[in-house]
Ligand binder design. Structure first.
Ligand code: GLU
Length: 447
């Protein structure tokens, strides 16, 4: 594979699309050796086709705020790859959303979904709508306006959106309500992350965080360690961080830091059940402020403005908020403070310099597309339940989630084992996902 030539072409074609170029580069570097063993991939130009989204929808979303003022945002859906199943991936509502960000996330989603063992292609969507400071009624009106365009692009056998940053159960509810009205059919299979009384998987809200901790457990065990007794720093306080905190506690680990855009909360004795419940209140308030935790629990949580979770000494770092949220400087600080494991729970949570620093300093590192795949995997289980008109118990879903995370870990080990017996999880995850998608594309011809 001519990685350098392909990258040069993409850089010229998409200048400034830093995250997308970063994601593509990482995958190409990982798969180069395997690719070169398959001349049929080269002949069919699999890589050249795989790095371009199948199609991108962009639409205007106009809604009215509580003051009666008309607001306009832009909505997007990037349908990246449907080689192994219908397009699947979340919707992100965040002021920084651009088509380029969603392109990078859709690219990553394609490999992640392939790792889950379930038949799902890759997609991503969202809007530059900023939920911060918005009322519930404003959120509802925005979601409704967004769906008046999106509904034409999606369907249970076509493209199945879900939540992501800024989109949780509440937003999925409003989106589905409008979909149902426009399509005039009760077709729950069109979205995942629904409420458990109307077709949602009972474990979907927790699934990303739970799956991540199951994966962390496999990583540690494979290196001869145990999660019980470890200290953990989590970033963010949204849905993903919330699920991670619950499971970490159940596994006997102690979450001693959570963070927000305003700073970090240090929780020396570890986060309690009450505090975990309060994370949900904080998220629903749309204040986007972690200091609220310290205000509510002044004896247990200590807020420092402008600092990240990575400034707190811990054994394990779990970025759970946004891409590139952990820099090389942060990695150095974590390692100097004794951190021995970092698993990305957010998509591409670590900057490339941080990943190299971790890998060169013997820190166990695993990428988001493997660690956080439990979320979309549980969405895949929700799709199966919807198609069969049945509902599984939390125990049944959890057992499947366990099995899937175990399988993802095995795939990483299979393709990422180094000569010294340690595992390159970045390489392992990329090759495993790539091989599956590449093979399917090859078999389906030049389309
Ligand atoms: N947004 C989540 C992810 O990054 C979930 C996607 C889904 O459930 O479709 O994988």
């Amino acid at each position: 594979m001519k990685t350098r030539e392909i990258m040069a072409r993409l850089q010229a074609k998409y200048p400034g699309e830093v995250e997308y170029l970063q994601a593509v580069q990482e995958v190409l570097e990982s798969v180069e050796d395997v690719y070169n063993m398959h001349p049929e991939f080269e002949k069919a130009k699999i890589v050249e086709r795989m790095v371009e989204p199948d199609r991108v929808f962009s639409f205007r979303v106009t809604w009215t705020d509580d003051k009666g003022e008309v607001q306009t945002n832009t909505g997007y859906r990037v349908q990246f790859n449907s080689a192994i199943g219908p397009y699947k991936g979340g919707l992100r509502f965040h002021r920084a959303v651009t088509p380029s960000m969603l392109k990078f996330l859709g690219f990553e989603q394609t490999f992640k979904n392939a790792l889950t063992t379930l038949p799902m292609g890759g997609a991503k969507g969202g809007s530059d709508f900023d939920p911060k400071g918005k009322s519930n009624a404003e959120i509802m009106r925005f979601c409704q306006a967004f769906m008046t365009e999106l509904w034409q692009c999606i369907g249970p056998d076509q493209d199945i959106p879900a939540g992501d940053v800024g989109v949780g159960g509440r937003e999925i509810g409003y989106l589905y309500g409008m979909y149902k009205k426009l399509a005039r059919e009760y077709n729950t299979g069109v979205l995942t992350g629904k409420g458990s009384t109307w077709g949602g998987s009972i474990l979907r809200p927790e699934a990303t965080g739970f799956g991540a901790l199951y994966f962390v457990n496999h990583v540690l065990r494979n290196a001869g360690e145990e999660i019980a007794g470890k200290t953990i720093a989590v970033s963010g306080f949204g849905n993903v961080a919330w699920g991670a905190c619950i499971k970490a506690r159940q596994m006997g680990a102690k979450v001693v830091a959570i963070s927000g855009p305003d700073g970090v909360c240090h929780i020396p004795d570890g986060i309690s059940d009450e505090m975990i419940d309060y994370m949900l209140v904080m998220r629903a308030s749309n204040r986007d402020r972690v200091e609220d935790m310290a205000d509510k629990f002044p004896e247990q949580a200590f807020f420092t403005a402008g600092k990240k979770s990575w400034s707190i000494p811990v054994d394990i770092a779990l970025p759970c908020a946004f891409q590139n949220e952990l820099s090389e400087e942060d990695a150095k600080e974590l390692v100097a403070n004794g951190c021995t494991c970092c698993c990305e729970v957010s998509n591409m949570g670590c900057q490339p310099g941080a990943i190299h620093y971790f890998q060169n300093n013997g820190v166990l590192f695993a990428p988001g597309k493997a660690v956080n795949a439990g979320g979309v995997a549980t969405s895949g289980l929700e799709m199966t339940q919807n198609a069969q008109h049945l509902s599984w118990t939390a125990e049944e879903v959890d057992a499947r989630l366990h099995q899937i995370m175990k399988s993802i870990h095995e795939q990483c080990v299979r393709y990422g084992k180094r000569e010294d017996g340690t595992v390159d999880y970045v390489k392992g995850a990329n090759i495993a996902g790539f091989m599956k998608v590449a093979q399917a594309m090859l078999e389906q011809g030049v389309i």
